[in-house]
Design a protein around this ligand. Structure first.
Ligand code: GLN
Length: 308
């Protein structure tokens, strides 16, 4: 409605002004060398409403590395390929540990807690490969994201993928450990090649907010997966989308969200909005500091929490 758009314009202006003035912007991830040099002063936010209109503020047209936000698209593809068989290889419980933790894998026979921690996402990509070459899977992933966003100008940054391939020892350790338990079908190099390239997809906030429309469960939005699956992907985002910060994000924002170490977050207000926010500085749990604060304000002012 007109009044909702007016309120949103007011809230976005407020959020943009506050983000520009914020001194404590968190810390840019530096374990992926190619991402270490990103300017932390940047902030962008974009919202697609159920009527299809899009509203943005700040650096919403600057491409960034979506990193772990890609795990949502990979999960949608893997569920499409395997259906519920996927859940024999990866769980659906919050881990309460860092995104790259190896701790629970030993106790749990190489079955990762959920599809959004690194170990789980590596299994999801391994399953999505399902006998295909990494290049074919990545082609499918890009086709999925481009169709979801209604935008063909979305690409993989090879320098970022290469940078992570050279330094991603922790992910290699996770993959080899899971392979030793029989929970990786492909050679670790092959699965991780696909995984690092998947994480290196670049998008702007406006593109990412549009790519999230299929998770809104609203009429007229791109229908990429069945409604029952939309509901479950959202449930996983709410409970596991921010690693050991998932409970805090649910408490503060009250919406399903998936973060990435590039500083992006995709947030869904079911039936109402698809939101993408980006600011490269991270909090202690590796989630965008200003991004989290911005969607906390947005959800509160718009009355969008799923808890009323
Ligand atoms: N590519 C990153 C990694 O595997 C993704 C992590 C993240 O975004 N949290 O370490």
């Amino acid at each position: 409605t007109a009044s909702q758009a007016e309120l949103l314009a007011e809230v976005l202006a407020e959020i943009g002004a506050r983000a520009a003035a914020e001194a404590d912007r968190g810390r840019v991830a530096d374990y992926i060398p190619e991402l270490a040099a990103i300017d932390p002063s940047q902030f962008g936010l974009s919202v697609v409403l159920a009527d299809g209109s899009q509203h943005s503020v700040g650096d919403a047209e600057v491409p960034f590395s979506i990193q772990s936000v890609s795990k949502v698209f990979a999960l949608a593809i893997a569920l499409g390929r395997l259906g519920d068989r996927l859940w024999s290889r990866v769980g659906r419980e919050p881990s309460g540990l860092a995104f790259n933790s190896i701790l629970q894998l030993e106790h749990e026979q190489g079955i990762p807690r959920n599809p959004f921690i690194n170990a789980g996402a590596i299994v999801v990509t391994d399953a999505a490969l399902a006998g295909h070459a990494p290049r074919e899977y990545l082609g499918e992933l890009l086709r999925f994201i481009r169709a979801a966003a209604s935008d063909d100008d979305i690409h993989i940054n090879d320098a970022v993928a290469r940078s992570e391939t050279e330094t991603g020892h922790r992910n290699f350790a996770l993959a080899h450990y899971m392979r030793s338990h029989g929970n990786l079908e492909n050679a670790p190099e092959l699965t991780l090649g696909a995984y690092f390239h998947q994480c290196a997809v670049e998008m702007t906030c406006t593109q990412l907010a549009r790519a999230g429309r299929f998770l809104m469960g609203a009429p007229g939005m791109p229908r990429m997966v069945a409604p029952g699956r939309v509901r479950r992907i959202n449930a996983l985002m709410l409970t596991c989308g921010h690693y050991d910060g998932s409970g805090d994000f649910a408490y503060r924002v009250g919406l399903p969200g998936k973060s990435g170490v590039g500083g992006g977050i995709l947030v869904i207000a079911p039936g109402r909005a698809s939101i993408a926010v980006w600011s490269p500085g991270l909090n202690a749990q590796g989630n965008s500091k200003l991004g989290t604060e911005a969607v906390e304000t947005l959800a509160r002012r718009m009355g969008w929490s799923v808890f009323g």
